[in-house]
Design a protein around this ligand. Structure first.
Ligand code: SAM
Length: 278
């Protein structure tokens, strides 16, 4: 049996039984690998870190899209930073949005995902409402004159090209790009193992927006407990469950994790995370 051991943490590793290496290469930014694993289906790995798998991608992709979309209730223009596997794009396009701009720094991730992970991106990249921009997300938000109702930061962890997406200037530029009533949501790691990242993300979001916080979701391959999803904006997501419930019911989307009860419960944070964000 061949095994892949993830190298995200110095003292803790998780390993996956591998049936086949479907793709292995290096882009201008990172090592890109797609494994066929025994228990998680196809898996995208960047620089040795699990990004997404066919088996559990739905948890993360549904929670980082449908929760803010139903909380807002009137999103027409969405900006996705990162998200090269297309999973976030595919979920956003299930809503009656007018335009989605996805800014991914690495064209190779898009190319490899379209070829080897079609069950994750579906036909999202062909949707006429979607525009894919290959660029640094931090530069894009610093320069664009476009305005968006929702910004979703589906970046890798704050190492390598993604590090700039966890800094205050990036959040300030995202704020500049938001329409009134808008919000942004960001992947903020697994606080049980990446507590500093969660604390830093909250402090920076709270510094830039009138409302900020976390909600959580258990993504098995982002191991160490639940993942913290940071949010900030002119809309108080934490108080959105009552408004979201009828919108969720009316939309009738066939989802596998997110629902109205999960929306309400996701903001219930344990004391060790509350202590991190003061
Ligand atoms: N769901 C995964 C997670 O939570 O770790 C992230 C998946 S997605 C593949 C992460 C993407 O962010 C990668 O394709 C990477 O190339 C992209 N990325 C990293 N830094 C970026 C930047 N500065 N601008 C735009 N995209 C970036």
């Amino acid at each position: 049996m061949t095994w892949f051991a993830e190298t995200l943490y110095p003292n803790v590793r998780q390993s996956f039984a591998i049936e086949q290496v479907l793709y292995q290469g290096r882009s201008d930014f990172q090592d890109v690998t797609v494994f066929k694993t025994k228990d998680f289906g196809r898996m995208l790995v960047l620089d040795g870190v699990v990004q997404t798998t066919e088996r559990d991608e739905f948890v993360y992709h549904e929670m980082l899209t449908h929760l803010p979309l139903f909380a807002h209730g009137g999103v027409r223009r969405v900006l996705i930073i990162g998200g090269g596997d297309g999973g976030i794009l595919e979920e956003v396009l299930k809503h009656p949005v007018e335009r989605v701009v996805m800014v991914e720094i690495d064209a190779k991730v898009i190319e490899v995902s379209r070829e080897w992970l079609p069950t994750i991106c579906g036909r999202a990249f062909e949707d006429p409402r979607a525009e894919v921009v290959v660029a640094d997300g931090a530069e894009f938000v610093a320069e664009t004159t476009e305005r968006f109702d929702l910004i979703i930061v589906d970046s890798s962890d704050p190492i390598g090209p993604a590090e700039i997406l966890f800094a205050v200037p990036f959040y300030e530029n995202c704020r500049r790009c938001l329409n009134p009533g808008g919000a942004m949501v960001v992947q903020s790691g697994v606080p049980f193992l990446q507590g500093e990242e969660a604390a830093n993300t909250y402090r920076r979001l709270a510094q830039v927006y009138p409302h900020a916080g976390f909600y959580v979701a258990p993504v098995p391959t982002y191991y160490g407990g639940f993942m913290a999803l940071g949010w900030g904006g002119f809309l108080d997501l934490k108080a959105s469950a009552a408004a979201a419930a009828p919108r969720i019911a009316a939309a009738g989307l066939a989802l596998h994790y997110y629902n109205a009860a999960i929306h309400a419960g996701a903001f219930a944070l344990p004391e060790y995370l509350n202590a991190r964000i003061g």
